[in-house]
Design a protein around this ligand. Structure first.
Ligand code: SF4
Length: 482
């Protein structure tokens, strides 16, 4: 029987991809782990801005604090000062399943036969119904997200140690889950057998260790990056040091390609490849694949900037700043209504008219999801005096939904799901439109095509709702025209 959790995807905020969380973990006796985890979360704020929290273990108990909002609005000296211990985990959330409410904020605490633990999850399960149905009838759910179902599945799994329980849960949990857990005196971290979401480990000081979704969090606190966790790897850090185990469950490698295109911070390194350099190469490849007779190149800030600079380098066209972004607009900002918009209220981007007036402009962006923001950008650039606007996109067309933690849940909301490139171009109001091919995208990462999930680009998913284990082929046709 299905349990009462909320499987509805939240409403999209606009034409920006959102991902489902950033996580970090610290083991460092003698250091202020709460503050270190806090700084780590600060570096991961881009992965989720709805809620955040920290949990700290001091050998005897776990204390935690979580609230809705941004990191700097949640924590202060008093709260951090009250979280003392030598193990910590932190979480910053963007909801793709489960409502954006405080009970779904993480890390949350649960009890088990191995004692109390705190839990933070990045990703989306694809068989939550199945896992929920396996839970005993008398288990009460406190939250409404797949994360709690996963935590309960682990807590109730057979095993006399946490790695045994985690590996038992890995045999039945499907989808994306990079997780940090802490008990009163140990930190655990693991990735699903597909390795959809990133997770890395580094050393801190002489005797400490740090886990984080991205290496930029390690660099922020002065930790030394060691490596990515393997898909299906379980790491335990405690007084005996670091121990690692692997699940016997083997799945095709499926790192989300959008970590390289959009999600990860450009100063992060993913499996030895600089995100900045990967995006720069995407821009260069795009210039070769879709050259255009133009005067200047600009990028939509911030994530498309390396791609724009790469396009400029390859094409020989000068790179200019065309739009300035207000970086302080969160997901819940009060939008101007239609009338105010018509009167020129423009909160997110303002053009640098001097760089655009009279020019034939190449606008490089990283992706087009629903096609709601791009026409506004094209209009802004035209209104600033551009003679022509040529869109160049460093991802291939997004033609399928994502089931693995990115908020594009249906064909109906994807502008490219059932339109040709010329049709999309006309809708966006541009003079031309060119997308990077999957081949050149993969080549820009310096990695092999088989390392990636490309589900939203080619319909082949590592796992999707209702699928059996293994690669699932998208079998649904576009349902509606947007
Ligand atoms: S379907 Fe697309 S967005 Fe979702 S995990 Fe795969 S590559 Fe990433």
């Amino acid at each position: 029987m299905a349990r009462a959790y909320d499987q509805e995807a939240v409403q999209p905020a606009g034409d920006v991809l959102h991902e489902a969380c950033g996580i970090t973990g610290l083991y460092s006796p003698g250091d202020d782990v709460a503050r270190l985890a806090y700084f780590g979360l600060y570096a991961l704020q881009h992965r989720g801005q709805e809620s955040a929290g920290l949990a700290v273990g001091d050998g005897e108990r776990i204390q935690s604090h979580r609230e809705m909002g941004l990191i700097n609005g949640i924590f202060n000296e008093e709260i951090l000062g009250g979280l003392s211990g030598h193990v910590a985990i932190g979480h910053t959330r963007y909801s793709t399943t489960g409502s954006s409410i405080i009970v779904n904020a993480q890390p949350f605490e649960l009890d088990s036969d191995l004692g109390r633990f705190a839990f933070g999850h990045n990703g989306n399960l694809t068989n939550t119904d199945d896992l929920a149905a396996r839970l005993p009838e008398d288990v009460r759910l406190a939250a409404t997200s797949d994360s709690e179902i996963l935590a309960l599945t682990i807590a109730l799994a057979p095993g006399e140690s946490w790695p045994e329980k985690i590996k038992a849960a890995m045999r039945i949990a499907e989808g994306a889950y990079s997780v940090v857990m802490c008990t009163t005196d140990a930190v655990y971290a693991f990735r699903d057998p597909w390795g959809v979401r990133p997770l890395c480990i580094g050393t801190y000081g002489d005797h400490g260790y740090m886990i984080a979704s991205e290496s930029c969090a390690l660099a922020t606190v002065g930790a030394h990056y060691l490596r990515e966790l393997d898909a299906g790897e379980v790491v335990c850090i405690d007084a005996r040091g670091v121990r690692t185990e692997h699940t016997e469950v083997v799945k095709p490698a499926s790192l989300c390609m959008f970590e390289y295109i959009y999600f990860a911070r450009p100063d992060s390194v993913l499996s030895g490849r600089s995100i900045y350099m990967a995006r720069y190469e995407m821009g260069r490849a795009l210039a070769r694949e879709h050259p255009v007779d133009a005067d200047v190149v600009m990028a939509v800030p911030d994530s498309a900037i390396p791609g724009g600079i790469g396009f400029s380098a390859e094409s020989g066209l000068p790179y200019v700043e065309g739009l300035i972004k207000n970086r302080y607009i969160g997901r819940t900002f009060i939008s101007p209504d239609q009338k105010l918009r018509a009167q020129g209220v423009q909160l997110k981007f303002n053009p640098i008219v001097e760089n655009l007036r009279g020019q034939r402009v190449v606008v490089v962006d990283d992706s087009i999801v629903r096609g709601t923001t791009t026409p506004r950008i094209v209009k802004l650039v035209r209104d600033a005096g551009a003679r022509e606007v040529h869109l160049r996109i460093t991802s291939p067309p997004i033609v399928h939904p994502c089931y693995l933690g990115v908020d594009m849940a249906t064909y109906a909301e994807l502008i490219a799901a059932n339109r040709t490139v010329p049709e999309i171009c006309e809708r966006l109001g541009a003079d031309s439109l060119g997308y990077l091919s999957i081949e050149n995208l993969v080549a820009s990462t310096g990695r092999d095509r088989t390392d990636f999930c490309l589900g939203c680009l080619n319909g082949r998913y590592p796992s999707q709702p209702g699928s059996s284990n293994g690669i699932a082929q998208a079998d649904r046709q576009p349902a509606l025209k947007a």
